[in-house]
Structure formats: C-alpha cells, structure tokens
Design a protein. Sequence first.
Length: 412
Amino acid sequence: MTTSMAATHAASKRLKDAIFGASAACAEAAKKHGADKVTNATMGVMMDDEGKLASIPTMERVFRSLSVEDYVRYAPIPGLPDYLEAVIDLTFADQKPEGYTAAIATAGGTGAIHHAVANYAERGDKVLTSDWFWGTYNVICNECGCQLTNYALFDENNNFNIAAYTAKVDEIMKTQDSLLVIINTPAHNPTGFSLTEEDWDKVLDLTKKYAAQGKKMSILVDIAYIDYAGEKNETRKFMKKFGNLPANIFVMFAFSMSKGYTAYGQRTGALVAVSSSEEVITEFKEINKYTSRATWSNINRGAMTLLAKISADKETLAQFEKERDEFYQMIQERGMLFMKEAKECGLNALPYKGGFFLSVPAKDPQAVCDKLHDDLIFAVPLKMGVRIAACSVSAAKMKGIAAKVLKALKAV
Ligand code: PLP
C-alpha cells in the first residue's frame, strides 16, 4: 500500500522537467568526450562564445558596489518605490500607453505570471495561451485551480493564427464571463516568434468585441525576452495600443530581471499593469500586495536596488544598455545563422525573430533529440518539437546544426 500524507488536491503534483533530463545527458557526454566536442543547446541562460556564463558588466559592477544593508534589509511588500517607478519606465520606454499604470515586485517573471493567474482568472476557468508555450504556465494554472488551454500559434504559412485564436476565444466565451490570455511576445519561448502590429490589432479587436458584451477581458503580455528582440522602441511599439481601452479590458506585463539583467538567480521581476480606470489600478495594487504577503512577503532588496541604481544615472543606463545590446547581437547572429542554414537545407524551422530559443516541429521530439546525441548535440524535447537554445550555443557550434536536425528528423 502506498502512503500519501498530501492533501487530496496536492497528492498528484509532479513536476516534469524535460530540460533537466536533457542537460544531465549533456553533462555526461561532456565528461566522456570533452566539453568542446559537445553542443549544449538545452540551457535557458546566456553563454558567451567561449562557453562561459554571460553577465552584463555594468550589472556586475553596480551589484558588487551595494552595501550589506542593500542586500539584507527587508523591502516593502509591494517593492521599493524607486524600483517600481523604474520598472514602469523600462517596460514601456517611449511607448507608454495613455492611462493609469502600476507595478508590484514579484519573484521573477514567474511570480508575475503567478499573481496574474491567481488574481485575474476565476477558479476553475480556462486560461488561454498558444500551443507552443512555456510549460510553467500550465504548472501555475494548475496550482491556482485554473485550467490552461491552447490555440494553434501558427497558420500554414507560419504566421500568427488569428483564426485559431478567434475560434478558441469564441468557444471559451460561450461559458465564461471573464478570460485571462497569456501572450509571450516579443521573442517567444520556445520559438523566437513575435506578434506583429497587425496581429495585435486583431487580438485587440476580438477583445473589444467581448468587452462590449460586458465580459471581463485580461491580457498578460509575458515580456521576459523583450530586451533580446530588437531596438527598444520598435519592440515596444505595440504597447501604445493599450491606451484608452474600456475599463473591462485589463492589460498586464510580466517583467523579469532574469534575462534582461542576467540576474536569473536573484529572482526579481514585476507585474506591471495599465488601465483606463483608476479604480482597477488601485484594486490591482491592493490584491497583488495581499497575494505577495501570502506567498513570499517581500522581494530581493539587493536586486531591486541594482535595477533602480542603474536606471537612476543616465550614463550608467546607457552603458548597461550598450553592453546588453552586444549580447543581443551575439544571440541574434546565432539564431539567424540557424535560420539561414535551415532555409538552405529545407528544414521547417519555426519563424525565429529573436530571443533565447528557436524550435523545430517534430512528431517524436524525444526520438529526434536522442538521435541528435549521435552528433553530440543536446536539445530539449518539447511536446510539439525540439527546442534549441540560441542563447547558449556559440556561432561556431551553431554552424551545421540545422542540417543535423534535418538528418535526425529523417532518421526517426
Ligand atoms: N516567461 C518565459 C516565457 C520564460 O521562459 C521565463 C524564464 O525562463 C520567464 C517568463 C520568467 O523567468 P523568471 O521567473 O526567471 O523571471
């Protein structure tokens, strides 16, 4: 007889981590064959071309300059005021929509997603995201008593599938009075895809249609990779569209310091909100502060101070952004090299625009990944395909991978 002490609603929780298995196999191969022979395309952190963890120098310098007080004192539950103000500015740059805005500090982007689901999706309701998605969305929805459901992200031409999106929203709105949609753009994980301005117009038209019927429509834009997607104001242009929307359309952003500051383990982010209603924003601050108190209390003071300090000085910020941009260029070059080779050899890679990852659809992703081990390439098998980390594979090692993926696809 098996014994379970867990509460009935908790007993079946199991975290499946495809990335862990793949990276363990890679570590094993590196030991056997030498790290230089092995391509580790499993990692979600940025590595430089020498294979070392990439850290933005100004981040490192400012972080090391903080006092012990900055590191260890408690912070206010909603976050340090200077941090929150800076986060709002960084989220929107010059594309701030008309309306009221607010931010609350969270444990990374993950914490921001958690708070959005916990507070803006009814228990038992469906939360909508695309079929290519970051698996953690599912875990968070389950934990919050909601159910994640998907629409097909791509149409037959690998463009945003507005027809599939519309059909799914229509279906859900037959039974729900409210809906939370999670859209990870720009530079989506795991595909590197970004919605265009026109895609956003269509998404918002549909949202407005249901809002006009009295439904509560919330959109969470997960911008975890926005700083590796292109020029600051270009990548944020769509945000202007969120101004002057009806009060029953609520837009939030999951902001993260993990990638943008190369500060993954410091676990600092924010949930940022925009609304035409002051009441909605006041409520946002109250309910999320409550949820923070109930989950982690307050957030890493050192990391919040780091971000506020970088933002407080124009020159420091400019230097920081310049350094980060060099890393963006480095990843972009790797991603584009893969896409160029994919096109040349006829591999159907999904439309990578930027960010840490790119993906190739596969019927049996695990078998393709296993086959790639023959070439000492280690990638992550997802439900719908194989994910390759442009963030961690040097351009030299990226060369030739597309053809090897094609070979593996044909072999299984
Ligand atoms: N959103 C996506 C799509 C991600 O891939 C990640 C990190 O892997 C995050 C959000 C948030 O990461 P963190 O909680 O480290 O800020």
